[in-house]
Write a protein that binds this ligand. Sequence first.
Ligand SMILES: Nc1ncnc2c1ncn2[C@@H]1O[C@H](COP(=O)(O)OP(=O)(O)O)[C@@H](O)[C@H]1O
Ligand SMILES: [Mg+2]
Length: 228
Amino acid sequence: MNITPKTPEQLAEEKLFKDRRHQQEVQDLRKNWNAPVRHAQRCPEMVSEWGVVFEKLKALIEPSKGRTIALVGGRGSGKTQMAVEAMKFKTNLLKSALFTTSVDLITEFQDCMGPKAVCTRMEVIRKYREQNLLVLDESGKRGETVWENSVIFGLLNHRYNDLTDTIIIDNRAPEEFMASIGDSLVSRISEGGAIFDFKWETFRDSALDPMDAPAGAGKSSSKPPLNL
Ligand SMILES: Nc1ncnc2c1ncn2[C@@H]1O[C@H](COP(=O)(O)OP(=O)(O)O)[C@@H](O)[C@H]1O
Ligand SMILES: [Mg+2]
């Protein structure tokens, strides 16, 4: 059989078609991902210590191995931004990602209890279980009762068994964070996961944050120190 080779124009058209279909699939995955608009819209520079940590995080989540990874440290150091960048990275690989906070997650579980329940516990578990990447922000802001801890650990355990990755964000220092989450979760993190300590200065300084700065304010050249 004689197959006529494709012309450069045909090849270019095929590539354009594939790229458009890929972009459409990425957009579909991002429709209900719940990422904060501020962080979703920003395109941070992948530089300085923040950029080094992001490269490490990407390497950990790319293969989907059921890892639990914690981003901890002071407010404004770019933890939520990095988690949202991780969601962009995953969705670009055509894998699903979902953002929530621990308070919202616990509220959803509470809403499915009692006679006025709006959903079942299994539905909530399924929703958070089926995502390839789950981001759980503000982990320290919940009550940390035995019930809450068991709900969260139960979910993370499902995700560990399903080989899906979870990023937990907390404003406390690593030692304080680990003391609060309990041995089971610490052991999950130590099994192939990581704790990244965001110990550099805040990005919320308006000079560093053009989205917060008044119109006309430029971006400062100062960056967090490059010493991991
Ligand atoms: N690498 C970065 N480059 C530029 N701006 C950043 C970077 N990381 C975060 N920001 C911005 O700084 C602000 C604080 O970051 P955020 O991720 O909300 O901090 P945290 O979650 O640690 O409190 C946000 O407006 C965010 O978009
Ligand atoms: Mg945050």
